[in-house]
Design a protein around this ligand. Structure first.
Ligand SMILES: CCCCCCCC(=O)SCCNC(=O)CCNC(=O)[C@H](O)C(C)(C)COP(=O)(O)OP(=O)(O)OC[C@H]1O[C@@H](n2cnc3c(N)ncnc32)[C@H](O)[C@@H]1OP(=O)(O)O
Length: 251
């Protein structure tokens, strides 16, 4: 290091260089933290993944696993304008947790396990009817977006008419299924159900979702995303090119 008194200019350069190096170090550390958080989140989702009786969904040649970046990447989610965690796709600590969805284009049907967590409880040991309805609402929206072929969040669920047939125990894992039965312009009619391993039906829904609706006052690239199908991994991604590639590399 040159003498400071001998060369104030060199001294300033050295300080600037040190500051730049620190900034780079902070950036690298922040990236590492983000990557670690991402891995933890993916591990948390994997930990609550598909129960043995629904493993066939992972192996089915007719189904594609659906991956939305906002379900998996908390940092990206926060930086992209989301303000909280997803009611349904927020991971194992959620009251209602769908760890993954599988879509069959041929059937226009979306299926996935749903875990009603301890905080979904209402009456002693049983889960809240609103929790069952929320799960059905979620599948109604997402199956409509997939079947309409546009992209994620291209509309909303506007009707969920549910029939709650049997009480669901808090902690219970059920199969959540939604199927498009009709599309009339922007209106997509969906039938959905919650059933268990033995085929017992706990709830059914006749729902309506609207597609091609403007959901944000100011639209951004996020609202223009399209579904991307990856035939090798049998996955549907949310269409952000970098996310698609990064996810493929990670497997
Ligand atoms: C975002 C979804 C993610 C999926 C998983 C999560 C599910 C959700 O929680 S979604 C969030 C909860 N839902 C909402 O907040 C929806 C609130 N509603 C809305 O914002 C608006 O109704 C919106 C934007 C969806 C539709 O508005 P807009 O694009 O102006 O549609 P609009 O022209 O009024 O209606 C289109 C058609 O749908 C019909 N329609 C609209 N709402 C309803 C309704 N509730 N019931 C029956 N029909 C309806 C209209 O009658 C019209 O029919 P037609 O074409 O025959 O005349």
């Amino acid at each position: 290091m040159p003498s400071c008194s001998a060369s104030p200019w060199l001294h300033r350069c050295a300080i600037a260089g040190t500051a730049a190096a620190s900034a780079v170090a902070v950036l690298v550390a922040a990236r590492a933290v983000a990557r670690r958080r991402h891995r933890h989140r993916a591990a948390a989702l994997a930990a609550v993944s598909v129960p043995p009786w629904l493993k066939w969904l992972e192996e089915s040649p007719f189904h594609y696993k659906v991956r939305l970046r906002e379900w998996e990447d908390e940092d990206w989610r926060r930086d992209s304008g989301w303000q909280g965690s997803d009611l349904i796709h927020g991971g194992s600590s959620s009251a209602i947790c769908v760890p993954c969805y599988f879509y069959s284009p041929a059937e226009m049907a979306l299926k996935g396990p749903v875990i009603f967590g301890r905080s979904s409880e209402s009456h002693r040991g049983f889960c809240h009817g609103g929790a069952m309805t929320s799960a059905l609402d979620d599948v109604c929206g997402h199956v409509a977006f997939l079947a309409a072929g546009r992209g994620p969040w291209c509309g909303a669920t506007v009707q969920v008419n549910c029939k709650l047939n049997k009480p669901v125990r808090s902690g219970q894992v059920l199969l959540l299924e939604g199927k498009v039965i009709k599309q009339d312009g922007k209106k997509v009619s969906v039938q959905a159900s919650l059933s268990d391993e033995d085929g017992l039906v706990y709830a059914t829904m006749e729902g309506l979702s609207i597609v091609g609706a403007k959901m944000q006052l100011e639209e951004s690239n996020l609202d223009q995303r399209e579904w991307r199908y990856d035939e090798v991994s049998r996955t549907i991604f949310d269409g952000s090119p970098s996310w698609h590639l990064e996810s493929k590399q990670r497997g």
